[in-house]
Design a protein around this ligand. Structure first.
Ligand code: BDP
Length: 748
């Protein structure tokens, strides 16, 4: 009873305090760029109420080694910045513990103090950290230590996160290490400043200003990456320009590497396979040609003169018009090993993409190609090659089954490639939290070595024991003030990093922490917003590609519906929508069973049996694997047609619910971020309705079945939806000419 009264009183005083805070807030002139998203999840807003004194007692002074590397200086600066922002006073910086509540940072090498403590650092490896509360010279202190400086930096961010998310810091015993070695952001940025599939402005790399001017944004970018453990950045588009390998650009790249280095981030480059010809003026790029091999050796040595800790190359070869070893009748392994051997003396790696397919209309089922090309090459890749495999066998669709190469190449390093930029999921304005998609991909069970052979365990090396492990995310970062085109898109950068560090972490927990750091710790805000985020990806699947459909979007822009897009002179079958839906009078879906393309045969027997059975196939992948009659009875008892229509409708309803939920939360958010999110949700409702109506109109023209009771017919004709075309979309250069200028009305 006493406790109850106490907590009630505390709540009341918190309310009063909050009210007072609001009054002061409005009384003050708004600082420039207040809460405009620039500071991401590293906002460090003042702590109020009972927590403040508790935290202050445990953060009285900051004890740093006398001699500090740039990385240790970054860790110290971050702690100073965070503690000052949150606790309202800067910690005194000292070199020895003089008061209770000190925070001691360092490594055994940099700090005699830490050397003298038994912290169990051996278990945290070269990037991990230990955070422990213990007595140092008889005084209670929090030690943040690593075997390396970057471990300390990661520990500093973890410590700050506890305060940001209102967790106790008085009695800590934490230890962590990343489960994956290469945790990489892939930028699809072109050297002209545009970004392929980038929806957040131009490239953040200002090539014209480099190397002389180093924008402070680069440092803030590096801080954000380090705060979630990202340790690699591929600077340029996989559709790579040869100029990256020229001295002009290498000098610029070296300057960027210098900014990122203190934050533990290695720089990588995408390079074109034809570079020996375009840059080296050779006649060939044949991997077996000694002149080509010698050229790459020389070029790589040159790159390392500019960037001594250069990470390596990312390669898109023999894909979508990019050159590759196939041009010379060589295998993907011969191509990859060519680069690997040039990089090996410098400990560099090759991330060789498995996204290889031919758009020949007579080629087999597109989703089978990558497996068929790479599986026979298992064991043929050098040790410093990692095969970079997209999460699904097609291309970053709203939902795909896992790529059958996971688990199928026990003698090859495999890394996972995810798309953080929402190319196929509504681009900049739609609120779609990808944590659930990433988690689904990581937790998919390949059954390669029995139950529990998850994709996470393939890529973290615990299934087959690879030492070169990796994960890559196609970045959603650009020159927009808020980095990602919207505040909620930031959560996708965030969750990628957190899952890269620990692929078994929970998307929900990460969402909750992100909301707390980005907005507020108030549960009245946190709970509904996390619920919105967790429902958001499924909503998008529902209104875009339900029940295992894929690739139903408009051609080129990949924005908005286009289920009618069919093969033609300029449209290879496997870039069209009808190829994937296979919708006809009898039914819908792609038969990938043994009686069809038998793509199912690429999975381990247990998984294949499940996918092959109409009854046991997960319903959310049904049409990916089966061609199903429109009148097929689903587990719910509804027909497939009714069920499909209901999914479209449900997707729209969920987005409307998200919008209603958000509109009730104005009082917890600053006006700028509130308004932007509210308006974007209005836009998303509109887009979701457009997807629903256009898809229903199209598929009904084929199924010729009535709509289920209670579902309103699309307000426009199929012809109107088909005629509607958006000429320009950010991130899709050259989309314009695909749309004839037309004064047809915009569908409702
Ligand atoms: C597709 C994108 C295209 C990329 C390609 C890739 O539409 O812009 O170049 O992926 O991953 O999804 O290489």
């Amino acid at each position: 009873m006493l406790q109850l009264t106490h907590s009630r009183r505390r709540r009341r005083s918190t309310l009063l305090l909050a009210a007072a805070g609001l009054i002061t807030l409005f009384a003050l002139p708004a600082p420039a760029h207040a809460a405009d998203g620039y500071r991401l999840w590293l906002r460090y807003v003042p702590v109020r109420g009972a927590w403040l004194n508790r935290y202050r007692r445990a953060a009285t002074e900051l004890v740093a080694p006398r001699k500090r590397s740039p990385t240790l200086r970054a860790a110290q600066a971050e702690l100073e910045r965070g503690l000052t922002g949150m606790l309202g006073q800067p910690p005194a910086v000292t070199h020895s513990v003089t008061a209770a509540g000190a925070i001691v940072i360092g490594t055994p090498r940099s700090s005699a103090l830490i050397r003298g403590l038994a912290l169990g650092l051996r278990r945290v490896g070269s990037e991990g950290y230990v955070i422990r509360t213990l007595l140092v010279h008889g005084r209670r202190a929090t030690v943040i230590a690593g075997n390396t400086d970057v471990g300390v930096l990661y520990g500093a961010f973890r410590f700050l996160r506890r305060i940001q998310t209102r967790r106790p810091i008085g009695k800590l015993s934490l230890a962590a290490r990343p489960k994956i070695r290469h945790r990489v952001l892939d930028f699809w940025d072109n050297l002209d400043g545009s970004v392929e599939r980038g929806y957040a402005g131009d490239s953040i790399w200002k090539w014209d200003e480099l190397p002389q001017y180093l924008s402070p944004r680069y440092t803030d970018f590096a801080r954000a990456c380090a705060s979630i453990g990202i340790n690699g950045v591929v600077l340029n588009n996989v559709n790579a320009s040869p100029y990256v390998l020229t001295p002009l650009y290498l000098a610029k790249i070296a300057a960027l590497a210098g900014v990122l280095r203190p934050y533990g981030i290695h720089v990588y480059l995408s390079v074109p396979f034809s570079a020996p010809i375009t840059v080296g003026r050779l006649k060939s790029a044949d991997p077996l040609d000694p002149a080509v091999q010698a050229w790459w050796r020389r070029k790589v040595a040159e790159v390392y003169r500019y960037v001594p800790d250069f990470g390596g190359f990312l390669m898109k070869a023999d894909s979508e018009g990019e050159p590759g070893p196939e041009n010379y009748g060589r295998t993907q392994a011969q191509g990859a090993n060519l680069l690997a051997r040039a990089l090996a003396p410098f400990h560099g790696i090759v991330m060789w993409r498995a996204f290889v397919y031919s758009t020949n209309p007579h080629s087999q089922d597109r989703v089978k190609q990558s497996y068929d090309i790479f599986k026979p090459l298992d064991g043929k890749f050098d040790r410093n090659v990692i095969l970079q495999v997209k999460n699904g066998p097609l291309d970053f669709q709203p939902r795909e089954p896992f790529h059958p190469l996971f688990g199928a190449m026990p003698h090859t390093n495999l890394m996972l490639e995810l798309e953080i930029t929402k190319e196929y999921l509504g681009q900049q304005t739609s609120l779609v939290y990808l944590g659930t998609l990433f988690q689904e991909a990581l937790r998919a069970d390949t059954w390669a070595r029995g139950r529990g052979s998850t994709v996470a365990r393939v890529i973290d090396g615990s299934l087959y024991g690879e030492r070169q492990t990796g994960i890559a995310g196609v970045a959603n970062i650009g020159s927009d003030r808020d980095w990602c085109g919207s505040v909620f898109n930031q959560s996708n950068w965030y969750v990628f990093g957190r899952l890269a560090w620990n692929p078994e972490a929970s998307a929900r927990t990460i969402a909750e922490q992100w909301v707390r750091m980005t907005f507020t710790n108030d549960p009245a805000f946190v709970r509904p917003v996390v619920r919105m985020m967790m429902a958001s990806r499924e909503a998008a699947v529902d209104y875009m590609d339900p029940l295992g459909l894929a690739s139903q979007m408009a051609a080129g822009t990949h924005f908005g519906p286009g289920p009618w897009v069919h093969p033609g002179p300029h449209m290879p079958p496997d870039w069209s929508s009808t190829y994937y839906s296979h919708a006809n009078r009898t039914g819908i879906g792609f038969n990938r069973t043994a009686s069809g393309s038998d793509a199912i045969g690429q999975y381990a027997p247990h998984v294949a049996a499940q996918f092959a059975s109409l009854r046991h196939c997960p319903q959310d992948l049904l049409l990916w694997f089966h061609h199903v009659p429109w009148t097929y009875r689903m587990r719910s008892g509804r027909t497939l047609w009714d069920s499909l229509v209901r999914h479209y409708a449900r997707g729209v309803e969920t987005v409307k619910w998200m919008r209603r939920t958000w509109l009730k939360l104005a009082r917890y958010v600053d006006p700028y971020r509130f308004r932007m999110t509210a308006d974007f949700l209005t836009l998303q409702v509109h887009n979701a309705e457009w997807w629903r109506d256009a898809s229903i109109a199209y598929f009904q023209s084929i199924s010729r079945l009535p709509l289920p009771a209670g579902v309103a017919p699309p307000p426009d004709s199929l012809k109107a939806y088909e005629a509607f075309c958006i000429p320009y979309v950010e991130g899709t250069p050259g989309a314009g000419p695909a749309c004839p200028p037309d004064d047809a009305p915009v569908p409702r």
